[in-house]
Design a protein around this ligand. Structure first.
Ligand code: M6R
Length: 615
């Protein structure tokens, strides 16, 4: 995925676009570029590397004046990250310039056709094909840019959010969306274009989120005209009032977004259950569940579809739903589910979990499930995201913007929402008593304070990180509710420190991974008092007798594991189903500190992007 920004109005476009690209860098950061209209011509600069590299290059290369411009930060799909493949891309005439987030799947056949008509291409990108297709249509049909974009997009297969302008018509930007997000900020005689609202939040609180298959012509001093790409019908766009504020998208004194987001978990979890759960009155209320209670209660099973960390949250929910609500659950990688011809019926409830709400595989899995008659419920963080809109109903996690590529607060807030749902269904089905129901709520209410206490281990976790930072491999073990936490701990370490790590159910160790254990292997074992404690202690004994280095994640006051382990990191006690909300904290901190000590870019690890909007 990539980040796109545009501006048309009365201010200087460059500082707005540059700042916007920095805010969108979480979406992709292998190259970046900006095109500005200086009143006479387009001035364009682009480079491989980050937005800071672009800034250094651009300010030497081109004048930065002009109040129309577009910018792009890229996560490469077609063509390696280099200067030439970076966006924006010119059309052959040099009149049009475009930025694009997404993939044009039929670009090769389009390119062949255009080549036959004399077009040449400098880059390997699908985007350069698209801008020339638009130019070709515009010329052949002798039409305005908006119409040409529309005709061209009707020939395109794939996904896109685009912004394009014509230097001969510098009073408009044409934008369109299919499968990739695109927001238009509405100011006073000025308009902002962006992949999300963060680039323009200090200028306006009013935004239009284009729907799939919609395009808009954004005209200086005139406004925004939205229409359907397919049938040309005009759309009356809904202008949404943004809840986002500037503080939420800045680092607020922390060195990294990841650290800030780890520390935001007490409030993020609280915000997620606040207003939905009233322990004293014995009530959990969530509109998406209440409105569809019958569907949930009549469901044969729940199928969870998700990717990465969200998939791990889905695995935790399998334990919660089965344990509390006695509903069978299957947890599927969205990417496998969508290509497996799965058996789905109208008796299935599908829960799609996604922080970004834009993950292409999860979105495709939702569409497949819907086409087979299933009811699909979304658990998303980003309000108004594609997945939030594509699902029949849903519940938001109230984590606030998550910018660090390594997901942290999204994971714990997803577990929080899923716990609320499971508890609500369990009560409705009568699979837990009212006192158990109340007890769970009281324990959940205590979690934000307990997460704060778990965060107190930070300094000690840092010393542990220092000892093991040069290890080549790590194992993470957990049982029951904490098996998915072991997977999540390993994923966190891999993605930001590039150390190979594997998560396993502790009991599976003896079926293979035990062969890896020697005195050089650090093994993180989640061994909280609630949840197969004695069994896990036996697993720790097995590791110890093979000289593995044991880092135990234990309940406060634990003595038994302390005796055996090389290090113990304590978390407060809670009921078993809520332990993942605490045990995951030291694992996030461990990966953060190791990555930092190894000099890695914690917030923007190599090869990754915050939302994977391509297959
Ligand atoms: O936005 P989503 O939750 O759908 O994203 C799913 C995964 O791409 C995401 O969790 C990824 O694994 C993170 N980088 C993990 O930290």
């Amino acid at each position: 995925m990539c980040g796109i920004v545009g501006y048309i109005g009365h201010r200087e476009a460059y500082p707005i676009i540059l700042k916007g690209l920095k805010r969108l860098e979480y979406r992709g950061y292998d190259s970046a570029g900006i095109a500005l209209f200086d009143g006479t011509d387009i001035k364009l600069s682009k480079t491989k590397g980050k937005v800071d590299d672009l800034q250094a290059k651009l300010e030497k290369e081109i004048p930065t004046n002009g109040n129309l411009g577009i910018g792009h930060t890229r996560w490469a799909t077609h063509g390696v990250p280099n200067d030439v493949n970076s966006h924006p891309h010119y059309s052959n005439s040099g009149n049009l310039v475009i930025i694009h987030n997404g993939i044009i799947e039929n670009y090769e056949s389009l390119k062949k056709e255009l080549s036959k008509r004399g077009y040449t291409f400098k880059s390997d990108t699908d985007t350069e094909v698209l801008v020339n297709l638009i130019e070709d249509v515009k010329k052949n049909e002798n039409t305005k840019l908006g119409k040409a974009v529309q005709i061209a997009l009707n020939q395109v297969v794939g996904a896109y959010a685009i912004a394009v302008f014509d230097k001969n018509k510098p009073n408009e930007i044409v934008v369109a969306r299919l499968g990739s997000p695109l927001a238009i900020g509405i100011g006073d005689d000025e308009f902002f274009i962006a992949s999300d609202a963060s680039p323009f939040i200090e200028y306006t609180k009013n935004a239009i989120y284009l729907e799939d298959e919609e395009m808009a012509v954004v005209r200086r001093n005139k406004g925004v005209k939205v229409r359907k790409i397919k049938d040309d019908s005009l759309v009356d766009p809904y202008v949404q009032e943004l809840q986002l504020n500037l503080e939420q998208i800045e680092k607020g004194g922390y060195d990294h977004f990841m650290l800030k987001e780890i520390y935001e978990q007490p409030s993020a979890i609280l915000d997620t259950f606040r207003g939905r759960m009233l322990p004293n009155e014995g009530i959990i209320k969530m509109a998406g569940i209440e409105d569809n209670m019958k569907t949930f209660l009549n469901a044969n099973r729940i199928i969870v579809v998700a990717c990465g960390t969200s998939w791990h949250a889905g695995l935790v929910s399998e334990y919660i739903f089965e344990d509390l609500a006695r509903i069978p659950v299957e947890v599927e990688y969205a990417s496998e589910f969508r290509y497996r011809n799965p058996v789905i019926t109208d008796k299935d409830v599908v829960i799609a979990i996604s922080q970004s709400g834009e993950t292409a595989d999860t979105l495709a899995a939702i569409k497949l499930a819907k086409s087979r008659g299933a009811f699909v419920f979304g658990v998303c963080n980003v309000v108004g995201s594609s997945i939030a809109r594509e699902t029949h109903a849903g519940a938001y996690t109230h984590a606030g913007p998550e910018i660090g590529v390594a997901s942290t607060k999204a994971f714990t807030t997803q577990i929080t929402v899923l716990t609320l749902i499971a508890l609500r269904l369990a009560r409705a089905k009568g699979t837990i008593s009212s006192s158990e129901f109340r007890h769970h709520m009281i324990e959940l209410e205590l979690i934000p304070e307990k997460v704060k206490r778990a965060l107190d281990s930070d300094a000690y976790v840092k010393t542990v990180a220092d000892i093991y930072k040069n290890a080549k491999n790590f194992l993470y073990l957990g049982r029951g509710y904490n098996f998915p936490v072991a997977l999540e701990g390993a994923l966190k370490l891999k993605e930001i420190s590039y150390i190979h790590a594997e998560g396993y159910p502790a009991a599976e160790m003896k079926h293979g991974p035990i062969a890896l254990i020697d005195e050089n292997m650090p093994i993180v074992v989640i061994a909280t008092k609630k949840g197969h404690y004695e069994k896990v202690v036996s697993n720790i004994q097995e590791i110890k007798s093979r000289k593995g280095k044991i880092i135990g994640i234990v309940t406060e006051g634990d003595e038994q594991v302390r005796e055996l382990a090389d290090h113990v990191i304590e978390v407060p006690e809670t009921i078993e189903s809520l332990t993942p909300l605490l045990t995951t904290i030291p694992l996030q901190l461990l990966s953060y500190h190791i990555a930092l000590m190894l000099g890695k870019n914690v917030d923007q690890p190599r090869n990754l992007a915050k939302a994977v909007t391509v297959e």
